[in-house]
Every structure is written in C-alpha cells, then in structure tokens.
Design a protein around this ligand. Sequence first.
Ligand code: MLT
Length: 326
Amino acid sequence: MTFFKSLFSATAIAATFIAASASAQTYPERSITMVVPFAAGGPTDTVARLVAESMSKDLGQQVLVENVGGAGGTLGAGRVASSEPDGYTILLHHIGMATSASLYRKLAYDPLNAFDYVGLVTDVPMTIVARKDFEPTDLKGLVDYVKANKDTVTVANAGIGAASHLCGMLFMSQIETPLVTVPYKGTGPAMTDLLGGQVDIMCDQTTNTTKQIQGGTIKAYAVTSADRLPVLPDVPTAAEGGLNDFQVGIWHGVYTPKGTPAEAIEKLNASLKKALKDENVVARFAELGTAPSPDSDVTSAALKAKLEGEIARWKPVIEAAGQYAD
Ligand code: MLT
C-alpha cells in the first residue's frame, strides 16, 4: 500500500510541477492588475497608465491600473504584498516605498522582504508650486512669506510617505519652519484644490505640474533638479533660489508579491523594458519633464539595490525631522 501511496504522491507532485511550469510558460493567460497606491489623476497614476498601456500591447493581455490610495501609498503597497504571488497583481510605486520604512512604526509589510523586483521605471524631478494668486514672486520671497505666516500657510501632500510629503518635509527642515499640511489620497485631488485656491503650496512631481505651470494656472518657484528643465526653462533650480541642499528625484519601480514565479517576473521585466522604449511613452515622459530609466536600471537587482540604498539614505533624515506615522 505504501508503495502505491508514495507513487501517487510522486505523481501528484510531478503533475503539479508540470502544471505550474506550463502556466508559467503561457503567462500571462489573463489580465494583470497594476496597483497604483495613490488616487487617479496624480503623477504616479500618470506614469503607471502610460507604462501599463504599452505593456498591454506587448503582453497581449490587459494591464489594468487600479488606484488604491491612502496612508501615503502604504495601503496600496500592503494590498500587493498580501496578494497571491502569481504574477497577476503588480505594484508601481515610487520613493515612498523607501521612506515609509522609516516613517511608519507599524507597516503591514516589510518593504525589503514582501516583494520581488521587476525593475526601475523613471526618476522624476519635483517642483515647488503655489496657487496662481499666491503673493510671493520668487523662492526667496516664498521662504520669507511662509516664515512670517507659518500658522496660516497650507501645504498639500499625498499623506505621510508620499513624495510630496517628503519634499514638503525637506522644505520645512531647510527653512526651519513647520507649516500646516493638508493630506490627500493623491496629488491629483490636491492639484484640484491648488487650482481652486483652497490650498496654498505643494511640492509635486513634474509629471503632475508641468502642464499647469506652462498654462499659468499655478505658480512655480523652483525645480528640485540639479539643472533647469527643458520643459520649464524659466523655472529656476532650488539652488538658484537659495535652497542649496534641495535636490530631490522621485524614482519609481515595479514590484510583485514575494514568491512570484521567476518566469512571470522575467516576462514582466522584458515587457517593462519594451514599454520604456515605446516612442509614445518616451515622448510623454519628455513632455512631463522626465525620462525612462536606462536598461541597466530596469532589472530586479537594480531596483532591489535602489530600495536598500534609499531606505538607508532617508532613515537619518526622517529621524532628524521627527515625523512619524503610527
Ligand atoms: C506623491 O506625492 O507621492 C505622489 O504625487 C502622489 C500621487 O501620485 O498622487
């Protein structure tokens, strides 16, 4: 009897292995959900939808963006961390994956152990912007104004852990002045209030602010890149405006839940690489002040190394600012 039992279990294991390897070879067999951990209409959503559209064409299956906003991107990241590691739920997230490791004392996931890594996507500069009728006319004037009106000036962000939160935190640290912050589920909805004058200033990515700045519907004081941006030639760098140690780039990556089959990750990586060479993606990224990551960065190893390095880099900065979320 034992012989037949062991024969049966060996057959069952072999059948499971064959089925798994077969499905991995035919992956993807159905649509893939790309979770964006912020509200629709913001910079992360903009990057994701451009990449997802191109990957859909390449993979022959829909890559559907699902916005899961809240808690500075940690709700959406947590959703993916606890999803089935089958390659059908993936995450596009940014620097917040690193900063939330230090900002949140109780994260539902370990950023370094809950995910597998597909690759880096793009590194987006930020802009310090305000509602268009805000009084100050340049960055120095803005700093003087917010220092003199610290209890009334409002700063929009996408919650603790968001890129806009990080940039705002650096701004407040640099000017040694805490300001009133207004959190949103993403800087898409925050932009609506900035345009409507319900909130005063925001530090947000060019993928969300370039068109508004070019259209004159918001005021721009600085870009956080080392040099001025071709799409915003009249906007000085933060260094030109007197904020010297203020270079912030918002890198983005694609992740899957830990344990995703290697074949699925390889197919996602190959498709992501193609999407970042898609002429529409390249052109839209350029219009919005950014560019795709180079092939050498669109690898699992590069994303993993970036995340590890950025967690270590931002930990002391966040501890010095003393801003935490429970
Ligand atoms: C951020 O501040 O992290 C992003 O701008 C949020 C978003 O993409 O809406």
